[in-house]
Ligand binder design. Structure first.
Ligand code: NAP
Ligand code: G4F
Length: 346
């Protein structure tokens, strides 16, 4: 009998990669999406076209009754809780909704599993995040954050995720549930939402090359992130649920790069070298041959508090799970720009 997997947030970046992976592995794939499952709704249409094999269920993470019904009907072997308000910048603007969905939503999914009487049989994955660490100087290990590093979230999103992280571990201890947390560092790719910085840059670079846009406005160029490829990371999620015992794992590359470096590499893909001039909000990224302004700073994209540096140590995942990322940083930038050049040419 095929195993059944239920993915909340199947319409998101990771949801799409994970659904494809599980389908390939022979799972019956179920996905939770918001909305009314109207055939005419563009979001529904898109998911339907991309994942014709997936069984879609309408439910909101805020709706315990809908989640419980889904658990009772499907009786999934594995639940991957990927749904969240996941944009850090947005979480400062809507902290209450972020707490409800990204924090308490996790409790709703765990309770739905228990109410359906599946707490001894269903395995649960929680999408925890490197944002929980906060990147502050005092808690920053030189070789990267491990599973045991101290947390100090710097955004309403990070705080909500920390609740989700601990309630997942708490239910593991209280009820003996097979609950794992994946503390994932940033992962990107061709499915990344355009509101995140890497995709914003790769789309802009493609559009600039095609003459559809003149320049791009960004916020903090000096923040550093440990960026991997989402396709590699969903493999790690699956491996976590196949172990004999539930545990917590960091997935990361062990390298960190600035937004500035991402810009430089992305423009290099279309044959442009960026030279920088000015500082602070007046800094500009220029085409080094023509002096045309391609990158400008807009303080609108600054955050009230920033995570300056994220660097993860994936040693545990590599040794215990046998997981290893395949795509490196230049490979990731190239993959995204190539994809957007094709997409924007259509
Ligand atoms: P994403 O693209 O933003 O996807 C999140 C999904 O959650 C979206 O499809 C969204 O639905 C859904 N959602 C939001 N609110 C909901 C609600 N109230 N009820 C039901 N569904 C709801 O995020 P992602 O990049 O795939 O990340 C997956 C998970 O990993 C998230 O929990 C994120 O916080 C976490 N994470 C991501 C990264 C990363 O670098 N990508 C790193 C660490 C952790 P709509 O499509 O309808 O908006
Ligand atoms: O791409 P970002 O919005 O991702 P961020 O904040 O690191 O969060 C992502 O990764 C987390 C894991 O560490 C996930 F938990 C979370 O769900 C999400 O997937 O911003 C990255 C950096 C930040 O320092 C931001 O200030 O880029 C900086 N940045 C500079 N200009 C910008 C922009 N970010 C965005 N979104 N837009 C800009 O114009």
């Amino acid at each position: 009998m095929a195993k059944k997997a239920l993915i909340t947030g199947i319409a998101g970046q990771d949801g799409g990669h994970l659904a494809a992976l599980l389908h390939e592995k022979g799972y019956e794939v179920y996905g939770v999406i918001r909305g009314q499952l109207e055939a005419s709704h563009p979001r529904y249409q898109q998911v339907r076209t991309e994942m014709p094999y997936a069984n879609l269920i309408m439910a909101d993470l805020l709706d315990l009754s809908a989640l419980t019904r889904a658990m009772q009907e499907i009786k999934p072997d594995e639940v991957y809780n990927l749904a969240a308000i996941s944009h850090v910048g947005y979480s400062f603007r809507d902290p209450v909704l972020t707490a409800d969905v990204t924090g308490k939503g996790v409790l709703n999914v765990l309770e739905a599993i228990r109410l359906a009487g599946l707490e001894k049989t269903t395995r649960f994955y929680q999408a925890s995040t490197s944002e929980m660490f906060g990147g502050l100087e005092y808690n920053r290990p030189e070789t990267g954050y491990t599973e045991d590093a101290a947390f100090h979230p710097r955004s309403p999103y990070g705080v909500a995720k920390l609740y989700g992280h601990w309630i997942t571990k708490n239910y593991r201890e209280n009820y003996g549930m097979f609950n794992v947390t994946g503390i994932l560092f940033n992962h990107e790719g061709e499915r990344r939402g355009p509101e995140f910085v890497t995709r914003k840059i790769s789309q802009a670079v493609a559009r600039i090359k095609l003459g559809l846009q003149e320049s791009i406005e960004l916020g903090n160029l000096d923040a550093k992130r440990d960026w991997g490829y989402a396709g590699d990371y969903v493999e790690g999620m699956w491996r976590m649920l196949q172990q004999d015992e539930p545990d917590d794992y960091v997935l990361a590359t062990g390298e960190t790069h600035t937004i500035r470096e991402f810009c430089e590499l992305a423009f290099k893909e279309i044959g442009i070298t960026i030279s920088w001039s000015g500082s602070g909000v007046d800094e500009k990224g220029l085409n080094s041959e023509t002096n045309e302004v391609l990158i400008a700073i807009n303080p609108e994209f600054f955050r009230p508090s920033e995570v300056d540096l994220l660097l993860g140590d994936p040693t545990k995942a590599e040794t215990v799970l046998g997981w290893k990322r395949k795509v490196d940083f230049p490979g990731l930038v190239k993959l995204m720009v190539d994809h957007d050049l094709k997409a924007e040419s259509k």
